[in-house]
Design a protein. Structure first.
Length: 322
């Protein structure tokens, strides 16, 4: 009996430790407010070394240029009472196109699109940049990796249709934002939406977290990812497998331009090819060879501009002036 109690105690201690570790991991990947961890642990994540010469300094300067160009900030109160905001840039003369730009995890509209916004502004694009739930200046405790973001963003589609009825809408996203617009693709039947630009999306949140576990820590999915997913179902009301751009593009209703960095090992480049091959609608693919995660525009802006202009020219009623 004593041996049994000792064994039971050890099992309970191990399970308690395991669930505590998984709770910590879940906090790091989903919760807005994260527990601070040593930098050396963060550096273990595949693709997390994103240091580029002058990037932070360049981003700071780009944000300073962008801020005065914001025409207004709009608010929307969601069904659960959370405030969602979006910032809008209107050019001096519009070119007939509107970009609904969705940012990545733990980012915000201004920070994500500070570089390309200068190009959009100078070339006549109206831009709506939401801060997704749990990010930026919007309310919310948790990120959904495309689950609730893809639902929330339809509000801004309707806002765009109401306030800019003559403009063609293109959905654009980077990283989690790319997953968001791809998850919208299966329901994007609205005539105002002309196409989708998805920059460095994962195939699913489950696949991305599994990749990080195996690549960075050499650990299997079970039981860690399964327990984290259980937490997500209970706390945030979604499964990591629900956040699946791959499933969505199999039923896509609009043309899609897939973009990925050739040196992206945070969301690995092979995921773009999987998404591209699975996509059932008209599609194009751009790989920016020397770009790491979410840095394709920063790495080669000319190539990026040519690709998106060519894509939009095919599906917009207005033609590029570039």
């Amino acid at each position: 009996m004593e041996i049994f109690l000792i064994i039971l105690g050890i099992i309970l201690a191990v399970l308690t430790l395991l669930f505590s570790i998984c709770g910590f991991i879940y906090n790091q990947i989903v919760w807005r407010k994260t527990i601070k961890i040593p930098q050396f642990i963060t550096n273990l994540l595949a693709g997390n070394d994103m240091s580029l010469d002058n990037y932070d300094e360049d981003a700071y300067k780009a944000e300073a240029i962008l801020m005065p160009r914001i025409t207004r900030t709009e608010e929307y109160i969601s069904d659960n009472g959370e405030k969602l905001i979006a910032r809008i840039i209107e050019p001096q003369k519009n070119n007939g196109r509107l970009i609904l730009a969705c940012h990545g995890a733990r980012s915000w509209g201004i920070g994500e699109f500070c570089f390309i916004s200068d190009y959009f502004y100078k070339n006549g694009y109206t831009v709506i940049m939401p801060d997704h739930r749990g990010c930026g200046d919007s309310d919310g405790k948790y990120m959904g990796y495309g689950t609730h973001e893809s639902i929330d963003t339809y509000y801004w589609v309707n806002y765009a249709k109401q306030h800019y009825p003559d403009l063609d809408i293109f959905l654009m996203g980077v990283s989690m934002g790319a997953a968001t617009v791809l998850m919208m693709s299966k329901n994007a039947e609205d005539h105002a939406i002309k196409g989708i630009i998805a920059d460095c999306s994962y195939t699913s949140a489950w696949d991305e977290f599994s990749y990080q576990l195996k690549t960075s820590f050499h650990l299997p999915d079970f039981p860690i990812l399964n327990i984290c997913n259980l937490y997500s179902r209970i706390i945030a009301d979604y499964s990591f497998k629900d956040a699946s751009p791959l499933n969505a593009v199999k039923e896509a209703k609009k043309p899609i331009l897939f973009i990925h960095g050739g040196k992206d090992d945070f969301v690995p480049t092979y995921m773009e090819k999987i998404l591209y091959d699975a996509c059932c609608t008209e599609k194009e693919m751009l790989v920016v060879e020397n770009a790491i995660h979410a840095r394709s525009y920063y790495t080669d802006p000319i190539k990026y501009q040519k690709a998106i202009e060519s894509f939009m020219d095919k599906y917009s009623k207005t033609k590029s002036r570039v």
